[in-house]
Design a protein around this ligand. Structure first.
Ligand code: LLP
Length: 408
């Protein structure tokens, strides 16, 4: 039994054919070239409302981390629901504004903002810049003075907590390049106390991505709470707290996930009595489950001890398996009544790491069969490359029976 709804509520088999919302994926495979990124709009809306509803006490401003997927449709869907955006570059900032996002719902994160990007953000009067070092803040102060403008700042603290996620997407340990050490925060508040261009409103943090345990979050949140109380005791007004993103999603049958209600409950319990504006920056949680890649089998190939299925999606479309060893569930578009076979499912790229899953059991596959790679709404199309000079895959947004092809 393949429980596809655990990956995407709007993905389902009907008479052995796979549908996304009310569209049979087989039809999309006939109409469009593969590989094709397909997104369920209802799943994105569902993810946003579930997250919002999970909070019972605080009402956080949800700022979608645009880096997860910068397609304009996603910006529009989410900002229509009241969502803000967390940007990390001028490109993301301009794209958000162009798609109608309220500048006062944009926060600017990132460890390497250039002075040019900082200047644009100040001129566009965004909500706040999350600052990663005293050096960055000093440069922001110089730019503000030159422009005679003020800007709201949150200091990104590095809480030195291990998010217990993949090594390459862990950001909250002291050895990581992100954030400011606990020990330096008070000194920075003191230094900029009477600077009339810089308004330090509070703190921010982000300890990593694809976090599937509650404990790292609660540990880091407790630490930042202590920091806030200490700053207040020293007489500083701390009115804003940005808790970052990081909530993980389901990628494969082995992968456990976090209950979003328990995540929200920790935030409610720790911060609801502190009279703080709470911001969160989820990326993957909002869009990851909504997307799939529709891909066609180029051919099968028998090796000495195993068989390969070569599909037309590759590491240029989805680099996560090659980069992080991520395993994304793969399912057939048409369920066949044959025995299960074991295959290595691989892409066509000339790299040994272009492998999606090794020793996967699936009904017999043949050339031209369609398969779906699940959970590719986040960090897939946005991390795509032109490696091997392959054409970029198209993206399609589906709502019930309607679909729109999107060129980003
Ligand atoms: N806020 C900040 C400051 C971030 O750096 C990130 C992600 C987020 C929010 C959103 O995190 P999320 O809720 O999506 O976990 N390419 C990797 C993920 C890199 C995440 C980078 N920062 C992957 O494919 O797993």
């Amino acid at each position: 039994m393949i429980k596809v709804s655990e990956y995407n509520k709007f993905l389902s088999y009907n008479k052995n054919k796979l549908f996304l919302e009310d569209i049979p994926l087989e039809n999309l495979g006939e109409k469009f070239d593969t590989p094709l990124f397909c997104y369920s709009v209802s799943q994105i809306e569902h993810n946003f409302t579930e997250l919002q509803k999970a909070f019972k006490k605080v009402k956080p401003l949800i700022c979608y981390a645009l880096k997860a997927n910068f397609n304009s449709n996603i910006i529009k869907i989410l900002s229509n629901l009241g969502c803000g955006i967390d940007v990390v570059s001028d490109g993301e900032l301009q794209k958000s504004l162009k798609n109608g996002v309220d500048n006062q719902k944009i926060v600017f994160s990132g460890v390497g903002k250039t002075n040019k990007e900082i200047e644009i953000a100040i001129k566009k009067n965004i909500k706040q810049i999350n600052v990663e070092s005293i050096e960055e803040l000093e440069e922001i102060a110089i730019i503000c003075k030159r422009l005679n403008r003020t800007i709201n700042i949150c200091l990104r603290v590095n809480p030195d907590v291990d998010a217990k996620t993949h090594e390459k997407i862990s950001t909250g340990r002291s050895e990581d390049k992100f954030g400011i050490s606990d020990k330096k925060v008070l000194e920075i508040f003191k230094k900029f106390k009477s600077n009339k261009f810089i308004k330090i409103k509070g703190l921010s943090m982000h300890i990593g991505s694809q976090i599937v345990l509650l404990e790292p979050f609660s540990k880091a949140f407790r630490k930042i709470k202590l920091q806030i109380l200490k700053l207040r005791r020293e007489g500083f007004e701390v009115s804003s707290l940005d808790l970052g993103g990081g909530v993980g999603i389901k990628y494969n049958d082995k992968n456990k996930i976090l209950d979003i209600k328990s995540y929200a409950q920790v935030i409610d319990e720790l911060f609801s009595d502190l009279d703080l504006e709470i911001i969160i920056e989820p990326g993957r949680y909002l869009v990851g489950s909504s997307g799939i890649i529709l891909s066609r089998v180029i051919r099968t190939k028998s090796g000495d001890n195993k068989d390969f299925v070569i599909i037309d999606a590759g590491m240029d479309n989805l680099i996560r398996p090659a980069l992080y060893g991520a395993e994304h569930k793969i399912i057939p578009v048409k369920k066949k009544q044959t025995n299960l076979k074991s295959y290595d499912i691989v892409g066509p790229i000339c790299e040994t790491s272009d492998v999606f899953i090794k020793k996967m059991k699936i009904h017999r596959l043949n050339s031209d069969d369609l398969v779906v790679i699940c959970s590719t709404g986040a960090y897939s199309s946005c991390m795509a490359s032109q490696y091997n000079l392959r054409k970029p895959a198209k993206e399609i947004f589906i709502k019930k029976k309607k679909f729109t092809l999107s060129n980003n």
